[in-house]
Structures are given as C-alpha cells and as structure tokens.
Design a protein around this ligand. Structure first.
Ligand code: G3P
Ligand code: MG
Length: 246
C-alpha cells in the first residue's frame, strides 16, 4: 500500500472540541479552540440509531445533554432537538449535538486540523469505523490537511482503513503494551495516542525511534506537558489549551 500522508501534529490540541472551556463535542467548542490559537482539535464521533455520525462521547445522553436514554435508541432528528450546552453552562444553552458533517465543515472553515476519534457503541465497531471513515474522506476531499482518524477499537480502525485507506490513522491505547510495535505495524497506523499518566520516557523514546508519531491525552498540567514534549511527544491533547499553550 502507498505510505499514509503525515499530519501537522499541532503541539496542543483541544480535547472534545474546546476542552473544559466549552460544552464538549460541540461547534461552540470548535470556535473556542480556534480563538485560543490551537492548530488542532480532537472530538468523538458515534452513530445514532439511523446510522448518522454525530459528535458524542458517552453511549448515554444525560451527562452532556438534556436527553435521557442511549444514543443508539434514538434517530438523528430527535437527537438534533436536544440541548448539549446547558449542562456545561447556561451561557451555552441551546447548543445542539452537532452532526459530524457540520463539524467537518466548521473545522475546514476555521482551518483546524481534526483528530476524529471513532467512538463506537459496543457491538457497532466495524460499522462505525466504516461510516466515519467514508464520511471523513468525502468531507475533507481536496483539503490540504486530511483528518487524522483514531480509535481505541482495533476493529473500528481496521474497518476505517478498509473504507478510507488513504487517511492517516492513530491507535489509541490507555497503556502502551509491550508489543506496541507489532500492533501498530499490524494496524498500519502512523501514531500511538496514549494516556499521559502512564507513558514512560523509555516508551516515548522507543515509539519515536520506530518512526511513529506520539500523542498524549488528557494532559492539563503545563509542567508535565513540557516534560512530555521533551520526551518527544508530538501532540498534547488537553482540556486546558489556554494553560498548556501559554
Ligand atoms: O482521543 C483522546 C481522548 O479523547 C481519548 O479519551 O475518553 O476522552 O475519548 P476520551
Ligand atoms: Mg476522545
């Protein structure tokens, strides 16, 4: 296969759109991210019951919206009526759950490099990977910077690779296992995204020496972020892009 394109790897990326400074996984968050000077953004994409990709982290609605029940129990039209801003702050009341296509449009308009985390509901890994990758390929067609797809689900990553083989992909893992190199090779990813709490200097050095990119989440402490950057970490995914960028 042709080598995958690289990605800009902004030093700081806002987590779930605007980090802690906006309701998570919303278009308002993308604006905040841009205003803070971040070059890139991470957000989560999940399928509704009717197979529409939307920006959503949890499989259930109450933590981030005024809705009840599971995402998978509802169609896109009903989910669109929910408020995804009010739980964060009243000033964001009325902010909807964005559809993935809207987030693509907004990222392109704001010139934000997008790390699209494929977040399948349990049992829907392959389908989610396939749908999200296909839409990402279409949505960013002709763009100078492609989206970076990532997932904790290896099934979703494989399906994404089948659906959009030309898009760069990163493998998400809470802890870097001993056989990280074999897994990364097998998945055909260009990057490992891992929990900043568990990453060691030796692991970081090994990953970089293998020619892979390295991103960490969710690092909100400027001093630790600096240390991680000194270890060779390419991108810090953070809830506090304001502090980390400063
Ligand atoms: O993609 C990095 C990070 O977002 C992974 O954890 O649970 O916030 O999606 P989570
Ligand atoms: Mg995420």
């Amino acid at each position: 296969p042709a080598p995958l394109p690289d990605w800009p790897w902004p030093a700081v990326m806002a987590h779930r759109c605007g980090g802690a400074l906006a309701p998570e996984n919303t278009l308002a968050g993308l604006r905040v991210c841009r205003n803070l000077g971040c070059g890139g953004v991470e957000f989560d994409v999940m399928l509704t019951r009717d197979g529409t990709p939307i920006l959503m982290h949890d499989e259930t609605l109450p933590r981030t919206t005024n809705g009840e029940g599971r995402v998978l129990d509802h169609g896109d039209a009903w989910l669109w009526t929910l408020d995804a801003g009010i739980r964060h702050h009243v000033s964001f009341a009325g902010e909807p759950i964005p559809r993935f296509v809207q987030a693509i449009e907004r990222c392109r308009a704001l010139d934000l490099a997008a790390n699209v985390e494929i977040k399948p509901c349990g049992g829907h890994e392959r389908r989610t990977g396939e749908v999200v990758a296909r839409l990402a390929r279409q949505g960013w067609e002709g763009a100078v910077v492609p989206p970076l797809l990532s997932s904790f689900s290896v099934d979703a990553l494989r399906a994404a690779a089948d659906a959009a083989p030309g898009l760069p992909r990163g493998w998400l893992t809470d802890r870097v296992p001993a056989d990280w190199q074999g897994i990364a090779q097998d998945l055909g990813v260009i990057a490992i995204h891992t929990n900043s709490l568990h990453l060691t200097e030796t692991q970081a050095a090994g990953i970089k020496a293998a020619g892979l990119r390295l991103a960490v989440y969710t690092e909100n402490d400027p001093q630790h972020a600096r240390l991680l950057r000194n270890w060779g970490v390419d991108t810090i995914i953070t809830d506090r892009p304001d502090l980390i960028r400063a």
